[in-house]
Design a protein around this ligand. Sequence first.
Ligand SMILES: NC(=O)c1ccc[n+]([C@@H]2O[C@H](COP(=O)([O-])OP(=O)(O)OC[C@H]3O[C@@H](n4cnc5c(N)ncnc54)[C@H](O)[C@@H]3O)[C@@H](O)[C@H]2O)c1
Length: 272
Amino acid sequence: MKRVGLLGCGAIGSEIAFAIDSGKISAKLTHIYDFSKDNSKKLVDKLQNKPVVTENVGLLAASPVDLIIEAASQDAVRDDILSILQNRKDVMIMSVGALLDESIFDIVMDGCRDFNKRVYLPSGAIIGLDGIRAVQDELDLVTLVTTKNPRALKGAKFFETSTIDPDKITTSVVIYEGNAQEAVKLFPANINVAALLSLAGIGSEKTRVKIIADPCASKNTHEIYAEGKFGKFSIKVENVPSPSNPKTSRLATLAAIECLKKICGTPLNIGT
Ligand SMILES: NC(=O)c1ccc[n+]([C@@H]2O[C@H](COP(=O)([O-])OP(=O)(O)OC[C@H]3O[C@@H](n4cnc5c(N)ncnc54)[C@H](O)[C@@H]3O)[C@@H](O)[C@H]2O)c1
Protein backbone atom coordinates (compact mmCIF):
# COMPACT_ATOMS: atom_id res chain seq x y z
CA MET A 1 0.00 0.00 0.00
CA LYS A 2 1.40 3.44 -0.96
CA ARG A 3 2.47 5.76 1.87
CA VAL A 4 1.35 9.32 1.28
CA GLY A 5 2.55 12.66 2.67
CA LEU A 6 0.45 15.81 2.50
CA LEU A 7 1.74 19.37 2.08
CA GLY A 8 -1.14 21.75 2.85
CA CYS A 9 -4.10 20.91 5.07
CA GLY A 10 -6.72 23.29 3.67
CA ALA A 11 -9.85 22.60 1.60
CA ILE A 12 -8.31 20.12 -0.89
CA GLY A 13 -5.73 18.54 1.42
CA SER A 14 -8.32 17.84 4.12
CA GLU A 15 -10.79 16.20 1.70
CA ILE A 16 -8.02 13.99 0.28
CA ALA A 17 -7.02 13.04 3.84
CA PHE A 18 -10.65 12.12 4.66
CA ALA A 19 -10.89 10.00 1.50
CA ILE A 20 -7.77 8.05 2.51
CA ASP A 21 -8.90 7.78 6.13
CA SER A 22 -12.30 6.38 5.13
CA GLY A 23 -10.69 3.68 2.98
CA LYS A 24 -11.96 5.14 -0.31
CA ILE A 25 -8.34 5.21 -1.51
CA SER A 26 -6.03 2.29 -0.98
CA ALA A 27 -3.22 4.32 0.62
CA LYS A 28 -1.88 5.28 4.03
CA LEU A 29 -1.55 8.95 5.02
CA THR A 30 1.51 8.84 7.26
CA HIS A 31 2.96 12.40 7.36
CA ILE A 32 1.50 15.89 6.96
CA TYR A 33 2.79 19.46 7.09
CA ASP A 34 1.14 22.89 6.93
CA PHE A 35 2.81 26.14 7.93
CA SER A 36 -0.36 26.86 9.86
CA LYS A 37 -0.02 24.53 12.87
CA ASP A 38 -3.66 25.24 13.57
CA ASN A 39 -4.73 23.82 10.20
CA SER A 40 -2.68 20.64 10.55
CA LYS A 41 -3.96 20.11 14.10
CA LYS A 42 -7.58 20.64 13.01
CA LEU A 43 -7.13 18.00 10.34
CA VAL A 44 -5.38 15.45 12.57
CA ASP A 45 -8.14 15.84 15.18
CA LYS A 46 -10.71 14.71 12.60
CA LEU A 47 -8.79 11.66 11.36
CA GLN A 48 -9.17 8.13 12.75
CA ASN A 49 -5.69 7.11 11.61
CA LYS A 50 -3.44 9.90 12.87
CA PRO A 51 -0.48 10.87 10.65
CA VAL A 52 2.75 12.38 12.02
CA VAL A 53 2.74 16.19 11.83
CA THR A 54 6.24 17.20 10.75
CA GLU A 55 7.90 20.33 12.13
CA ASN A 56 8.89 21.64 8.72
CA VAL A 57 8.62 20.86 5.03
CA GLY A 58 12.16 19.43 4.91
CA LEU A 59 11.14 16.72 7.36
CA LEU A 60 8.04 15.99 5.29
CA ALA A 61 10.19 15.65 2.16
CA ALA A 62 12.57 13.30 4.00
CA SER A 63 9.81 11.21 5.62
CA PRO A 64 9.35 7.57 4.57
CA VAL A 65 6.53 8.15 2.05
CA ASP A 66 6.20 7.17 -1.62
CA LEU A 67 4.23 10.20 -2.76
CA ILE A 68 3.76 13.76 -1.52
CA ILE A 69 0.60 15.65 -2.41
CA GLU A 70 1.09 19.39 -2.71
CA ALA A 71 -2.19 21.16 -1.90
CA ALA A 72 -0.74 24.39 -0.51
CA SER A 73 0.22 27.25 -2.85
CA GLN A 74 2.33 28.26 -5.83
CA ASP A 75 4.99 29.42 -3.34
CA ALA A 76 5.12 25.93 -1.85
CA VAL A 77 5.77 24.46 -5.31
CA ARG A 78 8.47 27.06 -5.99
CA ASP A 79 10.21 26.58 -2.63
CA ASP A 80 9.80 22.86 -1.96
CA ILE A 81 9.46 20.83 -5.16
CA LEU A 82 13.19 20.29 -5.66
CA SER A 83 13.71 19.03 -2.13
CA ILE A 84 10.75 16.62 -2.52
CA LEU A 85 12.16 15.19 -5.75
CA GLN A 86 15.71 15.07 -4.35
CA ASN A 87 14.31 13.00 -1.49
CA ARG A 88 13.06 10.63 -4.17
CA LYS A 89 9.35 11.09 -3.73
CA ASP A 90 6.76 11.18 -6.47
CA VAL A 91 4.61 14.28 -6.23
CA MET A 92 1.07 15.33 -7.08
CA ILE A 93 0.84 19.08 -7.70
CA MET A 94 -2.39 21.03 -7.23
CA SER A 95 -0.94 24.57 -7.48
CA VAL A 96 -0.22 24.02 -11.16
CA GLY A 97 0.08 27.74 -11.96
CA ALA A 98 3.63 27.61 -10.55
CA LEU A 99 4.69 25.42 -13.48
CA LEU A 100 4.11 28.22 -15.99
CA ASP A 101 7.31 29.74 -14.65
CA GLU A 102 9.81 28.17 -17.06
CA SER A 103 12.56 27.88 -14.44
CA ILE A 104 10.24 25.95 -12.08
CA PHE A 105 9.03 23.76 -14.93
CA ASP A 106 12.66 22.93 -15.81
CA ILE A 107 13.48 22.13 -12.16
CA VAL A 108 10.52 19.73 -12.06
CA MET A 109 11.38 18.02 -15.34
CA ASP A 110 15.11 17.76 -14.53
CA GLY A 111 14.26 16.47 -11.03
CA CYS A 112 11.96 13.79 -12.45
CA ARG A 113 14.67 12.67 -14.87
CA ASP A 114 17.60 12.83 -12.41
CA PHE A 115 15.81 11.03 -9.58
CA ASN A 116 13.56 8.82 -11.70
CA LYS A 117 10.39 10.25 -10.13
CA ARG A 118 6.95 11.12 -11.44
CA VAL A 119 4.83 14.25 -11.20
CA TYR A 120 1.04 14.00 -11.40
CA LEU A 121 -1.20 16.94 -12.33
CA PRO A 122 -4.86 16.02 -11.75
CA SER A 123 -7.32 17.57 -14.18
CA GLY A 124 -8.59 19.90 -11.45
CA ALA A 125 -11.70 21.98 -11.91
CA ILE A 126 -12.18 21.24 -15.62
CA ILE A 127 -12.92 18.33 -17.90
CA GLY A 128 -11.68 17.74 -21.42
CA LEU A 129 -7.91 17.75 -20.88
CA ASP A 130 -7.81 14.33 -22.54
CA GLY A 131 -9.21 15.91 -25.73
CA ILE A 132 -6.88 18.92 -25.56
CA ARG A 133 -3.87 16.62 -25.21
CA ALA A 134 -5.02 14.40 -28.05
CA VAL A 135 -5.29 17.33 -30.50
CA GLN A 136 -2.27 19.23 -29.10
CA ASP A 137 -0.37 19.25 -32.42
CA GLU A 138 -3.39 20.46 -34.39
CA LEU A 139 -4.58 23.30 -32.15
CA ASP A 140 -4.79 26.88 -33.44
CA LEU A 141 -6.84 28.46 -30.67
CA VAL A 142 -7.70 27.74 -27.02
CA THR A 143 -9.75 30.14 -24.91
CA LEU A 144 -10.92 29.92 -21.32
CA VAL A 145 -13.70 32.08 -19.91
CA THR A 146 -13.97 31.81 -16.13
CA THR A 147 -16.88 33.30 -14.20
CA LYS A 148 -16.75 33.53 -10.42
CA ASN A 149 -18.47 35.47 -7.70
CA PRO A 150 -16.23 38.45 -6.72
CA ARG A 151 -16.08 36.83 -3.26
CA ALA A 152 -14.12 33.96 -4.80
CA LEU A 153 -11.69 36.34 -6.53
CA LYS A 154 -10.98 38.57 -3.52
CA GLY A 155 -7.39 38.68 -2.34
CA ALA A 156 -5.95 38.15 -5.84
CA LYS A 157 -2.76 40.12 -6.70
CA PHE A 158 -4.70 41.64 -9.62
CA PHE A 159 -6.64 43.92 -7.24
CA GLU A 160 -3.43 45.40 -5.76
CA THR A 161 -2.87 47.45 -8.92
CA SER A 162 -6.39 47.59 -10.39
CA THR A 163 -8.95 50.31 -9.78
CA ILE A 164 -11.60 47.58 -9.45
CA ASP A 165 -12.73 46.86 -5.90
CA PRO A 166 -14.23 43.34 -5.71
CA ASP A 167 -16.50 44.46 -2.85
CA LYS A 168 -18.07 47.12 -5.09
CA ILE A 169 -18.93 44.97 -8.12
CA THR A 170 -22.71 45.03 -8.53
CA THR A 171 -23.19 43.59 -12.03
CA SER A 172 -21.46 40.94 -14.12
CA VAL A 173 -18.25 42.49 -15.50
CA VAL A 174 -15.17 41.32 -17.41
CA ILE A 175 -12.31 42.20 -15.07
CA TYR A 176 -9.45 40.57 -16.95
CA GLU A 177 -8.50 39.58 -20.49
CA GLY A 178 -5.06 38.34 -21.41
CA ASN A 179 -3.02 35.18 -21.68
CA ALA A 180 -2.64 32.30 -19.23
CA GLN A 181 0.97 33.22 -18.43
CA GLU A 182 -0.11 36.56 -16.96
CA ALA A 183 -3.44 35.33 -15.55
CA VAL A 184 -1.84 32.76 -13.19
CA LYS A 185 0.43 35.48 -11.78
CA LEU A 186 -2.41 37.93 -11.17
CA PHE A 187 -4.87 35.30 -9.89
CA PRO A 188 -2.57 32.61 -8.40
CA ALA A 189 -5.29 30.92 -6.33
CA ASN A 190 -8.08 31.18 -8.89
CA ILE A 191 -6.99 30.12 -12.30
CA ASN A 192 -4.98 26.89 -12.04
CA VAL A 193 -7.20 25.57 -14.82
CA ALA A 194 -5.58 28.05 -17.23
CA ALA A 195 -2.21 26.50 -16.36
CA LEU A 196 -3.49 22.96 -16.92
CA LEU A 197 -4.99 23.95 -20.28
CA SER A 198 -1.73 25.63 -21.31
CA LEU A 199 0.43 22.64 -20.38
CA ALA A 200 -1.89 20.22 -22.16
CA GLY A 201 -2.44 22.44 -25.21
CA ILE A 202 -0.70 25.32 -27.00
CA GLY A 203 1.24 26.86 -24.12
CA SER A 204 0.61 29.73 -21.74
CA GLU A 205 1.34 32.60 -24.10
CA LYS A 206 -1.16 31.47 -26.72
CA THR A 207 -3.93 30.30 -24.34
CA ARG A 208 -6.37 33.20 -24.03
CA VAL A 209 -8.10 33.87 -20.68
CA LYS A 210 -11.08 36.03 -19.79
CA ILE A 211 -12.25 36.41 -16.16
CA ILE A 212 -15.75 37.60 -15.35
CA ALA A 213 -16.79 38.68 -11.85
CA ASP A 214 -20.51 38.13 -11.38
CA PRO A 215 -22.07 38.95 -8.01
CA CYS A 216 -25.05 36.70 -8.88
CA ALA A 217 -22.82 33.65 -9.63
CA SER A 218 -23.22 30.80 -7.16
CA LYS A 219 -20.98 28.46 -9.18
CA ASN A 220 -17.39 28.65 -10.50
CA THR A 221 -17.92 28.35 -14.25
CA HIS A 222 -15.22 27.50 -16.80
CA GLU A 223 -15.97 27.62 -20.55
CA ILE A 224 -13.29 26.21 -22.83
CA TYR A 225 -13.23 26.61 -26.60
CA ALA A 226 -10.64 24.89 -28.78
CA GLU A 227 -10.26 24.87 -32.53
CA GLY A 228 -7.75 23.70 -35.12
CA LYS A 229 -7.16 21.26 -37.98
CA PHE A 230 -8.97 18.53 -36.02
CA GLY A 231 -12.22 20.55 -35.86
CA LYS A 232 -13.48 22.33 -32.75
CA PHE A 233 -15.03 21.66 -29.38
CA SER A 234 -16.46 23.60 -26.48
CA ILE A 235 -16.90 22.57 -22.88
CA LYS A 236 -18.73 24.27 -20.05
CA VAL A 237 -18.31 23.24 -16.40
CA GLU A 238 -20.40 24.79 -13.64
CA ASN A 239 -18.71 23.89 -10.39
CA VAL A 240 -20.02 24.02 -6.86
CA PRO A 241 -17.42 25.87 -4.76
CA SER A 242 -15.80 24.07 -1.85
CA PRO A 243 -17.62 24.99 1.39
CA SER A 244 -14.32 25.78 3.15
CA ASN A 245 -12.73 27.74 0.28
CA PRO A 246 -14.95 29.50 -2.33
CA LYS A 247 -11.94 29.90 -4.65
CA THR A 248 -11.68 26.12 -4.99
CA SER A 249 -14.24 23.99 -6.85
CA ARG A 250 -15.53 20.72 -5.49
CA LEU A 251 -14.60 19.07 -8.81
CA ALA A 252 -10.91 19.92 -8.25
CA THR A 253 -10.93 17.94 -5.02
CA LEU A 254 -12.82 15.02 -6.54
CA ALA A 255 -10.44 14.92 -9.52
CA ALA A 256 -7.45 14.80 -7.16
CA ILE A 257 -9.02 11.90 -5.26
CA GLU A 258 -9.66 10.07 -8.55
CA CYS A 259 -6.07 10.70 -9.68
CA LEU A 260 -4.78 9.34 -6.38
CA LYS A 261 -6.91 6.21 -6.76
CA LYS A 262 -5.28 5.65 -10.15
CA ILE A 263 -1.78 6.16 -8.72
CA CYS A 264 -2.58 3.73 -5.91
CA GLY A 265 -3.43 1.05 -8.39
CA THR A 266 -7.18 0.84 -8.94
CA PRO A 267 -7.58 -2.16 -11.27
CA LEU A 268 -10.01 -0.29 -13.55
CA ASN A 269 -8.60 2.55 -15.69
CA ILE A 270 -11.15 4.43 -17.79
CA GLY A 271 -10.28 7.15 -20.30
CA THR A 272 -6.93 8.49 -21.50
N1 LIG B 1 -5.43 22.29 -10.05
C1 LIG B 1 -6.62 22.86 -9.86
O1 LIG B 1 -7.53 22.82 -10.68
C2 LIG B 1 -6.86 23.58 -8.56
C3 LIG B 1 -8.17 23.87 -8.17
C4 LIG B 1 -8.35 24.52 -6.96
C5 LIG B 1 -7.27 24.91 -6.20
N2 LIG B 1 -6.02 24.65 -6.62
C6 LIG B 1 -4.83 25.07 -5.86
O2 LIG B 1 -4.53 24.08 -4.87
C7 LIG B 1 -3.95 24.70 -3.73
C8 LIG B 1 -4.73 24.29 -2.48
O3 LIG B 1 -6.08 24.73 -2.59
P1 LIG B 1 -7.04 24.77 -1.31
O4 LIG B 1 -8.38 25.18 -1.80
O5 LIG B 1 -6.88 23.55 -0.51
O6 LIG B 1 -6.38 26.01 -0.52
P2 LIG B 1 -6.57 26.37 1.02
O7 LIG B 1 -6.20 27.82 1.13
O8 LIG B 1 -7.89 25.92 1.52
O9 LIG B 1 -5.44 25.48 1.74
C9 LIG B 1 -4.07 25.67 1.54
C10 LIG B 1 -3.35 25.20 2.81
O10 LIG B 1 -1.95 25.17 2.55
C11 LIG B 1 -1.26 25.89 3.56
N3 LIG B 1 -0.08 26.49 2.91
C12 LIG B 1 -0.06 27.47 1.98
N4 LIG B 1 1.20 27.69 1.57
C13 LIG B 1 1.99 26.83 2.27
C14 LIG B 1 3.39 26.58 2.29
N5 LIG B 1 4.25 27.27 1.51
N6 LIG B 1 3.87 25.62 3.12
C15 LIG B 1 3.02 24.93 3.92
N7 LIG B 1 1.68 25.12 3.95
C16 LIG B 1 1.18 26.07 3.13
C17 LIG B 1 -2.24 26.90 4.13
O11 LIG B 1 -1.93 27.23 5.47
C18 LIG B 1 -3.56 26.14 4.01
O12 LIG B 1 -3.84 25.35 5.15
C19 LIG B 1 -3.98 26.21 -3.99
O13 LIG B 1 -2.73 26.65 -4.48
C20 LIG B 1 -5.03 26.36 -5.08
O14 LIG B 1 -4.81 27.49 -5.90
C21 LIG B 1 -5.80 23.98 -7.78
